[in-house]
Design a binder for this molecule. Structure first.
Ligand code: ADP
Ligand code: NI
Length: 217
C-alpha cells in the first residue's frame, strides 16, 4: 500500500474539514478510518482504496461545502496530482459520491463496491452507539433543534428529497428516523456484528430518557 499517498490524502482531508462545526470534524474521519480498517481487514478488501475513501468521504458533502461539483473536481485533481492511477481515482470518486444515507434512499444510486460498502458501514457505525448519541446532540444543538417534542412524531419511509428537506426535527426523533435503522442497513457481516452492541446501548439510553421525561425517576 502506498503510505506516502495515504499521508497526503489524510492531510488534504484534514485541511478541508478542520473548521467543521456539525460533527463532521476530523475526529469523525479518524474514527471512520479506524473502523474501516478493521472491517476491510476482516473482509479482505483493498485497504488502500478503503482508507483513501474513508479519509475523503465527507469532503464533498453538500451539507458541508457550498459547491459539491467544484469540491468533487478539486478532489479529483488532487488525487491525480498525488500520483494515483486513473482507476484508483475513479474507484474512490464513485464511493464518495454515492455512499451517503440520503443517496441510499434514492433508488437510482448504483450499488457500491466492497470497499464502498465498508466505508459506508464505518460511517454509519460512527453515527450509532455512545458516539452516535453525542453526535446527534451536538448536531441538534448546532442546528437549534428541540431535544424532544412528543407532539412531533418521527417520520418513517421518507424519500431522499423529504429527508434532505426536513425543516425541523427533534434530537429524539432523529433516533427513529435514522439511527435505529442503521444496524439493519449495514452491508458487511463484520459491520453488522460491530453494530449490535451499539444499537442495544442506544435502546437502553432512550428507555432511560423516556422514563425520566415521563417523570418516573
Ligand atoms: P453523514 O453525512 O455522515 O451520513 P449527517 O451529516 O447526516 O451524516 O450527520 C452527521 C451527524 O449528525 C450524524 O451523527 C447524524 O446522526 C447527526 N444528525 C444528522 N441529522 C441530524 C438531526 N436532524 N438531528 C440530530 N442529529 C442529526
Ligand atoms: Ni461521515
Amino acid at each position: 500500500m502506498n503510505q506516502v499517498q495515504l499521508n497526503a490524502i489524510q492531510k488534504y482531508a484534514h485541511a478541508q474539514l478542520q473548521a467543521d462545526k456539525t460533527g463532521h470534524g476530523f475526529d469523525h474521519i479518524q474514527r471512520v478510518v479506524a473502523i474501516a480498517r478493521q472491517i476491510a481487514t476482516q473482509e479482505q478488501a483493498n485497504l488502500f482504496i478503503t482508507l483513501a475513501a474513508a479519509y475523503l468521504h465527507d469532503v464533498i458533502d453538500d451539507k458541508l461545502v457550498a459547491d459539491p461539483q467544484a469540491a468533487q473536481a478539486h478532489v479529483r485533481t488532487f488525487l491525480s496530482t498525488a500520483g494515483l492511477t486513473p482507476t484508483e481515482v475513479e474507484q474512490i470518486m464513485v464511493i464518495i459520491t454515492n455512499m451517503s444515507f440520503a443517496s441510499t434512499l434514492n433508488k437510482d444510486t448504483p450499488s457500491l463496491s466492497l470497499e464502498g460498502q465498508i466505508v459506508q458501514d464505518a460511517d454509519w457505525l460512527d453515527a450509532i452507539g455512545a458516539i452516535g448519541i453525542i453526535r446527534a446532540v451536538y448536531f441538534g444543538g448546532a442546528h437549534g433543534e428541540k431535544i424532544h417534542d412528543p407532539a412531533m412524531p418521527p417520520r418513517h419511509n421518507m424519500s431522499k428529497e423529504e429527508y434532505r428537506n426536513l425543516d425541523h426535527e427533534t434530537i429524539i426523533n432523529h433516533f427513529d428516523e435514522k439511527l435505529f435503522k442503521i444496524s439493519a442497513m449495514l452491508n458487511t457481516p463484520t459491520g453488522r456484528k460491530m453494530a449490535a452492541h451499539r444499537h442495544r446501548f442506544m435502546q437502553e439510553f432512550l428507555a432511560e430518557f423516556h422514563a425520566e421525561w415521563a417523570g418516573q425517576k
